[in-house]
Each structure stands twice: as C-alpha cells, then as structure tokens.
Design a protein around this ligand. Structure first.
Ligand code: NDP
Length: 328
C-alpha cells in the first residue's frame, strides 16, 4: 500500500462545496471481517450534497462524503474468505467513499464481472441498485403500467428509463432543458416533458387521456410533489425517493384522500439491501443487465477526486447529465 497516497476529501463543518478539503488520512489495516481497497473510481450522488450541506445528520465528525466506489482489494482482515488481494470489487455504503483507499466490511462488497469497468461500477452501485429496488420491490412495475419519472436525464433517471422499457411500461419523463429531454428520450422514455418550459401536470393528463399514472417516482421533492400527486390515477402510488429541489415541508395525509385514495412511500435503498442476500441478488440483476448490454451506464462527467467541489457545484446547479465519477 505504500505506493498509494492515503488522501481524501474531509468536511469539518457543514457548508458549501468548498467545505470539502483535500487532506491526508490514515486508513490503517483491515480489522476482522474487513477489507482494504485501493479505490479506482468513486460515484458522486445527490445524497453526498445533502450530507455535505448539513441537510442530513452526519454519522460522525469530521465527515468524509461518498456512498459508492469501485477498486482493487489490497489486503483482507481475519476471517475474510470471500475476497483476496487483487480482486476487483465495488460497494455502496457505508459513507466515506471520497478517498484514495479505505477499509470496508467484506459483507458489503460485490465482485465485479470483468466486463464492467471501474468507472461504470462506481456510477451504478448506488444509482443502479436504486433503480433496481424502485422498479422491482418498492412498486413492482408491470408491463402496460404508466410511469412518471422526474429528473429523467439524471444519474438514476437514465437508468430508470432504460429499465422501464425492458419491463414494457409506458414511461413519461421530465427533464430541465431541451438537451436533457433529448438524452432522456434516447434512454428509453416514451414521452419526455421539459418541466421548466411546460406544465407537466397538464401534459401528463394529455398523454394519459386524463387517466393518470399508476406510479410516480419523484426525486425532486419540493417543486414537484403536488404536481406528482395530481398526475396519479386513483389508488396510484407516489414514490418520493429524493429532494433535489428541497425537502417537502407541507405534505398532509388528507391530500392522499383528495387525490383518490393514493398510496405514498419514502423509501431508502439501504433498507432494501440490508441483508447480504438482498444486496447480492439485486446486484446480480443489475450487473447481469449491464454485462449483457441491456442497460447502459452513462458517465457524463469525470472529475479528479480533489476537485469534488466542482462536481458538487455542477450537480447542484442542474448542469449534469447521467452520472458523475471522481477519479483518485
Ligand atoms: P441527478 O443526476 O438526478 O441530479 C439531480 C437532478 O434533479 C438535476 O440534474 C435536475 O435535473 C433535478 N433538479 C430539479 N430541481 C432541482 C434543483 N432545484 N436543484 C438541483 N437539481 C434539481 O442526481 P442522482 O442521480 O444522484 O440522484 C437522483 C435523486 O435520487 C436524488 O434526489 C437522490 O437524493 C435520490 N436518491 C435516493 C435514493 C434513496 O435510497 N432514496 C438513492 C439514490 C438516489 P433537471 O435539470 O432535469 O431538472
């Protein structure tokens, strides 16, 4: 390990992207059940900005952001039999991925198929597993369902569009510029609405002949949630899985009644991959589809790890398409 710098992005006080400082670390040896990795690519997720800014409470102080990465096993701790030095692996969670090397529990690692490059793996461990659980477990989408997805040209959004096409759903995406609309259309969506230029509720009504959608996957939150509820059919499902525009503060249960006995959930990926069996089964589904070419990962931005602030600024100001990956 001596030839690999031990560095990472550390946040000592919550704040703007500049709060992340390139700092020397002391990773140490893996303990029992743990593995030490040399990281080759790290995924950037919107959730990283929630932690950095202080919107989400930190598990410990200081914070090292980051929730997905891929790399090579350097050495393993006592009791680890599934992995050995030199193995190519990836993980999502625990937090702390913005660093050159790190120790993670072996039970959180997935072996990477040879066909999957490190940057691709680092861009899909969190985003791709999210697409997988949203469509198969949170609300299992069936052929013929009508599905609305916000931020369809985003990291999770582009994966959802391709997957919905495979499932035989009718998909409607929203995106924030003509370029993003084109990108979402090229990634499976049947209809894409520029929701900065058009009223998406009216357009969904038109597209569905006023029937409404079976399910809405809403990761934008504050700016879209009311319109999302209005875009559902009676007994439809509102899946609120993120808040890129800000937290929903004024939701009332009675709105589910007035919308037509709607259902709503606020899922978190971690609860769907808590057991090793769930993690490996969902990852096998995802990586099988990636390896066969059925689903393609889109790494839209590649940024040096020490320039993570640049990546956060771009993500928070809606300037990215697809996934962003940090390179140590
Ligand atoms: P994205 O690439 O989707 O980036 C966020 C997008 O949100 C932007 O590109 C933008 O797209 C849209 N957006 C709308 N309004 C705003 C605003 N005011 N500020 C910034 N962006 C805005 O990010 P990710 O793929 O990393 O994540 C997508 C969402 O999924 C996030 O909300 C994230 O928290 C959530 N998530 C939730 C998980 C869970 O377990 N619950 C797991 C993984 C992700 P446009 O310009 O087209 O509007």
């Amino acid at each position: 390990m001596s030839d690999t710098a031990d560095m990472g992005m550390v946040v000592r006080a919550a704040g703007a992207p500049e709060a992340m400082e390139w700092s020397a670390l002391d990773t140490g040896a893996p303990g029992s059940g743990e593995v030490r990795l040399v990281q080759r690519a790290i995924g950037v997720n919107f959730i990283d900005t929630y932690f950095r800014s202080g919107l989400y409470p930190w598990p410990s102080t200081p914070l090292i952001p980051g929730a997905e990465a891929a790399g090579v096993v350097a050495d393993v701790g006592e009791g680890v039999t599934e992995f050995k030095a030199g193995d190519r692996v990836a993980y999502t969670l625990p937090l702390g991925a913005y660093r050159t090397q790190r120790v993670v529990p072996a039970e959180r690692l997935i072996s990477l198929p040879d066909a999957i490059a490190f940057d691709v793996a680092a861009s899909v461990m969190l985003k791709g597993l999210t697409a997988q659980f949203l469509l198969t477990a949170c609300y299992p989408v069936k052929a013929g369902d009508t599905v609305l997805v916000h931020a369809a040209a985003g990291g999770v959004g582009l994966l959802l569009g391709q997957w919905l096409r495979i499932l035989g759903a009718r998909s409607i995406g929203t995106a924030g510029s003509p370029e993003k609309v084109a990108m979402a259309k090229a990634n499976g969506y049947d209809h894409v609405i520029d929701y900065r230029a058009e009223d998406f509720v009216a357009r969904v009504k038109e597209i569905t002949g006023a029937k409404g959608c079976d399910v809405v996957y809403d990761s934008v939150g504050k700016d879209t949630w009311r319109g999302s509820l209005k875009s559902l059919r009676p007994l439809g499902m509102f899946v609120h899985f993120g808040q890129s525009s800000g937290m929903i503060a004024d939701f009332k249960f009675s709105e589910l009644a007035s919308g037509g006995s709607l259902f709503a959930t606020r899922p978190m990926l971690f609860d769907y991959i808590k057991s090793r069996a769930d993690l490996t089964a969902r990852a096998a589904d995802l990586f099988g589809r990636l390896a066969s070419g059925e689903i393609k990962a889109h790494v839209g931005q590649r940024v040096a790890l020490q320039d993570a602030a640049t990546a956060h600024r771009a993500l928070e100001s809606r300037r990215t398409m697809g996934a962003t990956v940090l390179l140590p």
